[in-house]
Every structure is written in C-alpha cells, then in structure tokens.
Write a protein that binds this ligand. Structure first.
Ligand code: ATP
Length: 749
C-alpha cells in the first residue's frame, strides 16, 4: 500500500483546493514560519479521524475550516481526501485505489466517505487499523510532539506502542466482542426476566392442567361406575318387571273366580231365604185363624141354642119333626168325614180349598138345621141343632189340631232348610276371606309394580343425565361386561339377587362423584390445555434462547480470552523487538549507553478510551473492562547515557530528550513499519552531527515507510526525493509549489 496523494480544500489556511502527491519515498515540506506546513500534518490527522481538536490546534470542528481573510471569503466546509494505491490489497477492499475523505461543516457535523460512499468513522478506523494506521497517531509526530512518547503516562505509552505494533485491530475485535458480550448479557437478563414473568402463569396453568387430568380420571371412573350402575339397574328392572307380571296372573285369576262365586252364592242364599215354606205357613196361619173364628161362632151358637133350649123346657113345646134333621146331620157328617179324609192327602192348595169347602158345607148344614129348629122351635130341633154345633165344634177341634200339627211340621221343615243354607254361607265367608287375602296380595303386588314404575322413570332420568355427562359412551351400558371383585363374570341372576341397598350405594357414589366433578369445575379444558401448551412452548423457546445466548456468551468469552492471549503474546514479543531496535538506535544517537522499555503494572485511571469516537455505537474498552481490576500494564522507559550517571528521563537535556524520543519512534517504526510516517520538525533540536545521524536513520526507515518530513533542516531536506515549498501571501492563503533543493534551502531559511 502506498500513499498517493492528499487533497485539502477549505482546510485551515488552505482556502483553495491543494493537492500534494507523494511519488517519492521521502517528501519534504519546507517553508517559512506560519506558512501552513503544520496544517498539512494536521490535515493527515484530520482525515484519519482524529477527534481531539486540541491535537489539531483547534477548539471545535469549525476551527478546521478556512476562516476567510480580507480578500478571500471564508469557506462553508473543510475537506481532506487521502488517496492510497491499494494494488497490494493491504486495505481489505477490492479497489486498486482507496480514497478516504472527511468533511467538517460549519455546524460541526462530520461526514466520512470511503471511495465516495458515506461511512461511519468506525468503518474507516477499522479499515486503517488493518494497514497499521492506528488512531493514536504514532505515525504522525507533530511539531514538539516527539517528546510526547516520553512525557506521556505509562498507560498512554502502552497505547501508543500497541498501536505501533499493529495490535489495534485485535483491540477492536476485543472491544467488539466485549460489546457483544454485554449485549448478550443484557439479552439474557431480558429473557430471564421474561421467563420469570411467565413462571407464575405457567405454574397456574400447570395446576389447571393437573385439575383437568384429575377430572378426566374422575370422569373415566365415573363412566365405569355409571355404566355398571345403569347395567345393573336395567337388568334388575327388566327382571323385576317380568316377575311382577307373572305374580299378578294367578292371584288375579283366583280373585276374579272367587268374585264370581261370591256373587253366585249370595244370589242363592237370598233366594232360599225368600220362599222356604213361608207361603204355606201363611196359608196355615190364615186357615188356623178361620178355624178359630168358626169355632168361636159355634161356641156362641151353642150358647144361644142352650139358652133357647132352656126357654123351651119352660114352655115345654116339643115337636116331633126331628127326622129330616137327623138325616141332614148324618149326611153332613158323611160329607165332613170325606172331606177330612181328603184333607189328610198332600197338596197344600187342594187342602186349603178343601178346608174352605168343608167349612162351607158345615156352615150350610148348620144353618139348615138351625133354620129347621128355629122354624120348628122344638126343643128337639134345638137339641139337634146344638148337637150339630157340638159335632161341628169337635170337627173344628180336630181341624185345629191338624193345623197346629201341620204348622209345627212346616216350621220344622223350614228349620232344617235353614241348616242347609248355613253351608252355603260358610263357603261364602271362606271365599270372601280368601278374596280379601288375595286383595292384600294384589295390593302388595301393585305397590311393588308402582315402585318398579317409579324406578323405571328414575332410570330413564338417570340415563338422560348419564348421556349428557358421558356422551355416546352412556349408550353402551347394556354391553358392559361386569366382573366381580374376584374377576368372575357377573350374571343377571347375581345382579337380581344382590341386596337392593348395594345398588342404592352405587347410585349414591355416582352422585358424589358427579358433585365432585362439578366442584373441580375444570372449566374450558380445551382452552386451558391449549394455553398451557402455548405457554410451555414459549417457556421452552425462551429456555432454548437462553441456552443459545449462554453458548454465544461462552464463545465470546473464549474469543475475548484468545484475543487477550494474542494481544499479550504479541505485545510482549513486540516490546522485545522494539527494545532491540530502541537500544541500537539509542547507542547510535548517543554513541553508547542503553535504552529499554519495561512492562509495569500501573494503577488504572479512568477515562481511557481505545479510540475516542463520536459514533453512538462506539464502546470504549473501559466500559467493558471495569470488572477486570484496578491495575493494568503500562510501559516505562529505562535509559542510561554513556559516561553519565543519568537514569531518569526527567534528567535529560532538550536535545537528549529529542534524541531518545526519535530513537524510540524509529525503533517502533522499524519493528512494525507504518505505511507512512510524518515528522513535523522532529529534527529541530539536533546539532549538525546528530542531524546527520538523523538523516541516516531517515534513509534506512524510508525503505519500509513513506516519509513526509516538515523541516527547516538542510540535512533532512537533502534526503528527500520531492520537495514542496509552502508560502503564504497577504491573502492568508497557503500556496504549494514544487521546489528544487537549492530553492528549498532558500525558502526554508
Ligand atoms: P512554523 O514554521 O512557524 O511552524 P508553519 O508553516 O507550520 O509555521 P502553520 O502553523 O501550519 O505554519 O500555519 C499557521 C497559519 O495558518 C497561521 O497563519 C494561521 O493564521 C493559519 N490558520 C490556521 N487556521 C486557520 C483558519 N481556520 N483559517 C485561516 N487561516 C488559518
């Protein structure tokens, strides 16, 4: 990589666009004081990204812009463009020429351009660090700055040396790795916080899921128990219903037959009681009453006749007309006898008729005799009449006796008939008792049937509820194969035979399970399960992310360790190499003595930054390094001059300091040569002899780095391939001109 040119426009005193080409290994810039030479050196710092305005002799960005003069108006912006020949690809960009440009505006804003494209300062810093052009500017030694390497702190010195050794790229990587680590740690904290946030919800959902599982298990249990209950109930009801039907048949039949029989018996009994000899008895009684009345009449008649006879005896009138009366009487007696004989025959009605007839005949003949007697009024007639009555009376008496006998016989007959009825009544009573027994049985059966009906209704309701609860599974209860506790199949008979209480216990248990299931109230199971799964997945995702972050943190730690190790090794090796060169240059400058860099531990001071940058994402190593401890390594310089007992830097003369710092700067440049080295009047304090030695060193350095030397020194000028003169006229504008050696010597003076 070779420095081709630099172009300044509006930068400080370079109001007009000015280009310096660096075709030679050594370029010297000469000119009178205040012409703008140092502004050129500062333009290099500026374009390479220097952030410290102080190091460019300004207070703010605006101070870099041409500020105008009496004749030339001020500029709006300052720009510096550095052009490298990148044919060797030392800068890792696929361009033969790389142009780096920085622009500062009046408002203080900066633009960085890489081959015309806007980039970040950081991009430029990283790109340049690849070519050993660090931000510390160790390769640009400003006027009076050579001493800086001696006067700075051990830590600052270390920074310069690290930069000089080309370790900046590793430092950048380390800073980047730490920045990433910090970001990773932040992400891990965020992910952990998210997981912590998620945890209670996940726990809650876990509990819900457990509940759902429990309730599912309970539901399964319930289904088993429910189906067993339904199966048993169904078998029981079916069997019992059939049995009740059968049980009804026989008693019902018997009951109905008995009822018929009872009706019949009742009819029979009431009929017999109605006509058992009563009519005959009534007729006998009326016959008895007729006979008694006739007898009373006859007794009365006899009394009347006896009265008449008594009267006749007093008047003694007797008539002898009693013959026909005698004949009538004989005939009457004859008829009577016949009739009475007829009466003795069977036939109630005939007897009645005959009795009436007998009485009528007797009455007729009695009256006939009486009429004859009365007509005759004879005592004989009366006597005959009386005899007639008496005869009739005795007949009536016989008749009465017969009626009494007949009545008695009839009553007896009735009594015996009543006895016969009593058997019928007994049967009736037995039938009624049996019937009432059957009614009780039937009522009990009916009650059982009612109970079964009720149970059947209850079963239907239970079935509906089971359907609602278990869904289709409830339908299959009939197919359930029941097993006893010993694993034997349970038959229908077993089911019917077991005490009903056991089934009732089963029903209660099912009820209790239903209630428990309701209490658990798993809610919307599907939704909870889904949410739980989603949450668990999210948690898993976060866990994996955390693992990834941990893995990347671990690999970052490893990278940092490796970089630290590399830096350590390279730094230690670099210091050794520098020391060899430093000691050699020192001996050359002073004609003897020793010089050495030593690594020392130094208490760390705050505020160090690897590359002070205005980019927002720029992270100083400090921010990451805080935890690494309070001490860090720095560099001390140990020298001893020949023939003098001087050990400390502070005891050196101005010239000695200049020689020492030049020796160190050159030593660093030898170990890790930068592409270019700018030395602004570093040689100012050298006497003639040392100027020569300086010139020799320049020549040797030029083989490895391009050199731009701002100088008033003749010896130094003589080593340059190109000489630029810078002048400033009355307009305050720096002007560039190529000059010959002799002109240069003249200009420099
Ligand atoms: P010496 O040989 O004495 O070190 P030099 O050649 O290095 O001098 P510089 O220090 O580079 O000179 O130039 C300083 C000049 O630049 C001053 O005259 C100063 O006024 C001018 N200058 C600095 N900044 C600006 C600016 N922003 N606008 C105009 N002129 C500026």
């Amino acid at each position: 990589m070779r420095l081709k040119s630099i172009e300044l426009a509006g930068f400080k005193s370079f109001a007009k666009k000015t280009q310096l080409e660096f075709a030679s290994a050594v370029t010297s810039i000469v000119g009178p004081n205040g012409s703008g030479k140092s502004n050129v050196a500062e333009s290099f710092r500026f374009v390479l990204g220097e952030q410290s305005m102080k190091s460019m002799r300004g207070r703010r960005g605006e101070d870099m812009i041409w500020n105008g003069s009496a004749t030339v108006p001020r500029a709006g912006r300052a720009s510096v463009k550095l052009i490298f020949d990148n044919s060797d690809r030392a800068l890792k960009l696929d361009f033969d020429e790389v142009a780096i440009e920085r622009v500062v505006n009046r408002d203080g804003s900066n633009d960085y351009l890489l081959n015309g494209s806007s980039v970040r300062l950081r991009d430029i810093a990283e790109l340049l660090s690849q070519a050993n052009i660090g931000a510390s500017g160790h390769h640009i030694i400003s006027q009076g700055e050579a001493d800086r390497v001696l006067s700075s702190s051990a830590r600052e010195r270390r920074e310069m040396i690290e930069d000089g050794l080309g370790l900046t790229a590793f430092l950048y990587k380390k800073v980047e790795a730490k920045r990433k680590l910090q970001k990773t740690a932040e992400n891990m904290r965020e992910v952990e916080a998210l997981r912590r946030e998620l945890a209670p919800h996940l726990r809650f959902l876990g509990g819900q899921v457990k509940k759902i599982e429990e309730s599912q298990k309970l539901r399964d249990d319930l289904a088993d128990k429910y189906l067993e209950y339904l199966k048993r109930e169904s078998v029981y009801l079916r069997t019992q219903e059939a049995l009740v039907g059968e049980d009804f048949a026989a008693p019902k039949h018997e009951h109905d037959e008995l009822t018929q029989r009872i009706v019949y018996l009742r009819g029979e009994l009431s009929k017999k009681q109605d006509d058992a000899g009563t009519t005959e008895l009534v007729s006998l009684e009326s016959e008895a009453r007729a006979v008694a009345s006739r007898r009373d009449n006859i007794v009365r008649d006899i009394g009347r006749i006896e009265g008449e006879i008594a009267a006749h005896e007093r008047i003694t009138v007797v008539t002898k007309s009693s013959i026909p009366t005698e004949q009538v009487r004989t005939f009457t007696q004859h008829i009577e006898q016949g009739l009475n004989e007829a009466l003795m025959l069977e036939g109630v009605l005939i007897k009645e008729k005959l009795s009436t007839l007998v009485l009528a005949v007797k009455d007729f003949f009695g009256q006939l005799v009486q009429a004859t007697v009365q007509a005759a009024h004879s005592p004989e007639e009366l006597q005959a009449k009386k005899q007639g009555f008496e005869g009739e009376l005795s007949t009536l008496q016989v008749e009465e006796a017969r009626i009494v006998a007949a009545t008695a016989a009839l009553r007896k007959k009735i009594e015996s008939e009543k006895d016969a009825n009593r058997d019928g009544e007994r049967e009736l009573f037995t039938a009624m008792a049996r019937r009432s027994e059957l009614q009780t049985t039937l009522a009990a059966l009916q009650a059982a049937k009612d109970t079964l009906l009720r149970e059947r209704e209850q079963f239907k309701a239970e079935l509906a509820e089971a359907g609602a609860l278990l869904g289709r599974a409830a339908v299959g209860y009939e197919e359930v194969e029941l097993k006893s506790v010993h694993g034997e199949p349970v038959s229908d008979a077993d089911i019917v035979d077991e005490p009903r209480q056991m089934q009732e216990d089963r029903r209660r248990k099912v009820e209790r399970m239903k209630i428990k299931l309701e209490e658990i109230g798993a809610g919307n199971a599907a939704e909870v399960l889904r949410e739980h799964q989603e949450t668990a997945e999210r948690d898993q995702f976060l866990m994996r992310e955390l693992e990834d972050l941990e893995a990347s943190a671990a690999s970052l730690h490893q990278l940092i360790d490796e970089l630290t190790e590399t830096l350590e090794v390279r730094f230690t090796e670099g210091i050794e190499k520098i020391n060899t060169q430093f000691d050699a240059f020192f001996k050359l400058m002073f004609g003897g003595g020793t010089a050495e860099l030593a690594i020392v531990k130094e208490v760390r001071l705050p505020g160090r930054s690897l590359a002070s940058a205005d980019d927002a994402d720029e992270v100083s190593e400090d921010a990451v390094d805080k935890e690494e401890g309070k001490t860090e390594e720095g560099i001390e310089i140990a020298i001893s001059l020949p023939h003098k007992r001087i050990k400390g830097l502070h005891m050196l003369s101005g010239g000695e300091r200049a020689l020492t710092s030049i020796a160190l700067i050159f030593a660093m440049s030898q170990v890790n040569p930068p592409p270019f080295l700018i030395l602004d009047e570093t040689d100012a304090a050298l006497d003639e002899a040392n100027s020569r030695r300086y010139g020799d060193m320049i020549s040797s350095l030029a083989s490895r780095s391009q050199l731009i030397l701002i100088t008033h020194n003749r010896e130094t000028m003589s080593r340059a391939g190109i000489l630029y003169g810078i002048t400033m006229g009355g307009d305050g504008v720096s002007k560039l001109l190529s000059v010959k050696f002799e002109e240069a010597v003249a200009v420099a003076k």
